[in-house]
Design a protein. Structure first.
Length: 401
């Protein structure tokens, strides 16, 4: 059984702080917005949907209690629609779509919504606790370090200096601004409204078109003190003895932004699409998740991509367009080097450095971004991937119909 993508929507991404536009909006309302829009724009009888699978990295407080099911109820989906929340850290939104596709491919479901939500201004990162770093036995034997230290270690290991990561970051802002000004996101971004129907936010809030390499150069490295004063540089040195000194190159300007947002992707088989009057936009060619070295942590995307490509009988050269979450600039630079990908084939409309990374939603968001851009350019194949905390990677290959 094949799984097809029928539609994909997302909210704009709001700054994940108390002064962000979406701070007054609950995560449930964000998820409801995406689910409601998905049903409305497809004139969908929601009784046809078997399940809603939502990624959420901090499933506590307002995001707790199985937000996938509660969001479906809030969006007035038929009561027969099940719902579930899943967590694979930063890849949760893409993993949710992969799980939705797996249900369809196995023949156990006909139509499933995959997606994700994260309101980082209201439920902060780490709110659900930290199983890994707080257990000394596990932290010690796996050489735990925070992600920022890992990103700097990747830059050090693979020779990406401060000028390289800043240049990449400035280009992310330029591309995101150009995409918004050109109207390329307009077809998939649904505004977040208040209960009076007035628009709260209709556009990603953190894009800074005036960003340059020179302006970024004025920012101090964010993780140098953490590495030196708390000993995490030494931990990396134990795991990788050939690294004499960590070159701390990352800061707020070349790392993903903390934001709020939600996304939803409609995935089903061919028969249910015909029954509902839907036209498939792409088929899911394959997907994979992998574990990678946990201390360096963020190199998983290339391994996940290679695994998915191998299973699909493809090579990286067979992919027309790539999307990789811009968790940190060095993550993308390393991926490009590992798979020999030119910069004009990856993140062509910017990424999380410019628009932000709403943890549980990002994977589903960039899956939609990839599909939209493939259609705009009339391309055939695309691959989306994300690095994942604790050393993992998730990738999905899609092919236009």
């Amino acid at each position: 059984m094949e799984a097809y993508i029928y539609d994909a929507v997302r909210t704009p991404r709001g700054k994940g702080k108390k002064d962000g536009a979406l701070h007054g909006v609950t995560p449930l309302r964000l998820a409801e917005t995406a689910l409601r829009a998905l049903a409305a724009r497809n004139a969908l009888d929601t009784a046809l949907i078997d399940d809603v699978v939502l990624g959420c990295v901090e499933p506590v407080g307002e995001q707790g209690a199985c937000i996938g099911r509660i969001a479906a109820l809030a969006a007035d989906y038929h009561e027969s629609v099940a719902g579930v929340q899943i967590n694979r850290f930063c890849a949760s939104g893409l993993e949710a779509c992969n799980m939705a596709a797996a249900q369809v491919m196995s023949g156990q479901s006909d139509l499933v919504v995959g997606g994700g939500v994260e309101a980082m201004s209201r439920v902060p990162m780490g709110a659900s606790g930290w199983a890994w770093p707080v257990d000394p036995q596990v932290a010690l034997k796996t050489y735990f370090v925070p992600q920022g230290i890992a990103a700097d270690a990747i830059a050090t290991l693979y020779g990406h200096g401060r000028a390289d990561v800043d240049a990449y970051a400035a280009e992310s802002h330029r591309r995101a601004h150009h995409a918004w000004e050109s109207g390329w996101f307009a077809g998939s971004v649904v505004p977040v409204l208040d209960y009076n129907g007035l628009t709260i936010l209709a556009r990603d809030e953190t894009v800074r078109p005036a960003t340059t390499v020179a302006s970024l150069a004025a920012l101090k490295p964010a993780f140098a003190a953490l590495g030196e004063q708390f000993g995490f540089d030494a931990v990396i040195g134990q795991r990788y003895p050939h690294i004499e000194t960590i070159n701390h190159v990352h800061h707020a300007g070349n790392s993903s932004g903390i934001v709020d947002g939600a996304a939803a992707v409609l995935i089903g088989n061919r028969a249910i699409g015909a029954r509902a009057g839907l036209t498939p936009r792409a088929r899911i060619r394959g997907f994979a998740s992998v574990g990678s070295e946990p201390s360096l942590m963020l190199t998983g995307p290339s391994y996940a991509a290679e695994k998915a490509l191998k299973r699909a009988g493809m090579r990286a050269a067979d992919i027309d367009l790539f999307e990789l979450n811009e968790a940190f600039a060095s993550v993308v630079l390393r991926f490009m080097d590992a798979l020999a990908i030119a910069h004009d084939k990856i993140n062509v409309n910017g990424g999380a450095i410019a628009m932000g990374h709403p943890l549980g939603a990002t994977g589903a968001m960039i899956l939609g971004v990839l599909l939209d851009e493939m259609e705009r350019r009339d391309l055939s194949t695309g691959l989306v991937t994300l690095c994942v905390g604790a050393g993992m990677g998730t990738a999905t290959i899609i092919e236009r119909i």
